[in-house]
Design a protein around this ligand. Structure first.
Ligand SMILES: Nc1ncnc2c1ncn2[C@@H]1O[C@H](COP(=O)(O)OP(=O)(O)OP(=O)(O)O)[C@@H](O)[C@H]1O
Ligand SMILES: [Mg+2]
Length: 313
């Protein structure tokens, strides 16, 4: 039996009364990587930010539980969350140029968590910063310490962000589309670097990804989100190569990266959050939908290794 590093139970997040995440349940065993996939607006970033404790009341209303280790992120005091972020959890954002402070050097960025959480001296920070830059493949790390973000390429900025997130050796790394702001040749390098660092630490990771083929390569598990809910969750290879939920099948058939000869986009669009259909939220777009689908929300049911929310399996 593995222990769960993160467990989400009946978690609902509302913005101005509208459920952006609706009754989400999910478990991430320690040491495993999870990919969150689904169309734009599904709530992937919202879940990632909520897990970091960055979306909290009064900005949003929360129900249910979102545990990271033994801390309930929804109810923990802000001071505890600040301690957790950087030490036990690290986050990598999509756009490094926006996440890094233009007025701070690379050394400033790396020193902040090392001083705050590890209490390292100035010279110890310098030594550790060089090691960290080296670990993320930055050549001549000593010389890069005094660089400002704008003096680095996009790929290098993302490497610096990985180094910052890894500085205090977190148990959970959350990366929201960590490579989508980079050009294709750099994307693979950065993704494999990220995975290598996560594995080196024995950490768990949540990757928000758009690329389904990439998800099968980098993730142990995948959670497919649709309109604020998880519709299918299980081993990445299984879910993406033999999808069971009609929505996952639709995503697979419309995924250019799987090399389908004829791409079949999913008909229709995601309904607006303010006008979600009752019952199954995917029903209006689903070829298999029946009256039951429109009337009743399908429960999450586990079949073997895969959990599904669908009336027709
Ligand atoms: N700051 C905000 N204020 C109001 N609504 C928001 C805010 N951020 C996100 N939303 C809404 O919440 C829903 C989920 O958004 P989220 O960004 O989590 O989706 P996503 O799956 O990450 O999409 P993408 O693939 O485009 O990044 C969307 O309907 C979005 O419009
Ligand atoms: Mg997003």
């Amino acid at each position: 039996m593995s222990t769960d590093l993160m467990s989400v139970e009946h978690f609902t997040l509302r913005r101005k009364g509208v459920a952006v995440l609706d009754d989400v349940s999910l478990r991430l065993p320690a040491g495993q990587t999870l990919a969150l996939i689904g169309e734009s607006g599904a709530g992937k970033s919202t879940l990632a930010f909520a897990a970091m404790g960055l979306l909290r009341p009064p900005e949003v209303a929360l129900e249910g539980r979102l545990m990271v280790g033994d801390t309930d992120i929804a109810s923990a005091p802000e001071s505890k969350l600040r301690g957790l972020r950087g030490t036990r959890m690290g986050m990598i954002f999509q756009d490094a140029s926006a996440a890094l402070n233009p007025c701070f050097t690379v050394l400033d960025h790396l020193s902040e968590p090392l001083r705050r959480h590890r209490g390292l001296s100035r010279s110890a920070c310098r030594t550790r910063a060089v090691e960290l830059l080296d670990s993320v493949g930055i050549a001549d790390p000593q010389a890069r310490l005094s660089a400002f973000p704008h003096e680095l390429s996009g790929g290098m900025q993302q490497r610096v962000m990985i180094a910052i997130a890894m500085a205090c050796e977190p148990e959970l790394l959350i990366a929201d589309e960590p490579t989508s702001a980079l050009d294709v040749t750099i994307q693979a390098q950065i993704m494999s670097l990220l995975l290598e660092r996560v594995r080196a630490l024995g950490a768990s990771a949540i990757f928000v990804l758009h690329d389904l083929a990439l998800a099968t390569q980098v993730a142990d598990r995948v959670a497919v989100m649709y309109a604020g809910q998880i519709v299918e969750e299980g081993p990445a290879f299984k879910v993406l190569n033999h999808p069971a939920h009609p929505y996952t099948r639709g995503l697979r058939a419309s995924a250019i990266e799987f090399g389908a000869e004829r791409l079949e986009p999913i008909a229709g669009v995601v309904p607006p959050l303010s006008a979600m259909p009752g019952g199954c939220r995917f029903a209006p777009r689903c070829a298999y939908a029946t009256a039951q689908c429109s009337a009743q929300r399908p429960p999450q049911v586990t079949h073997g290794e895969v959990t599904l929310a669908c009336w027709h399996l």
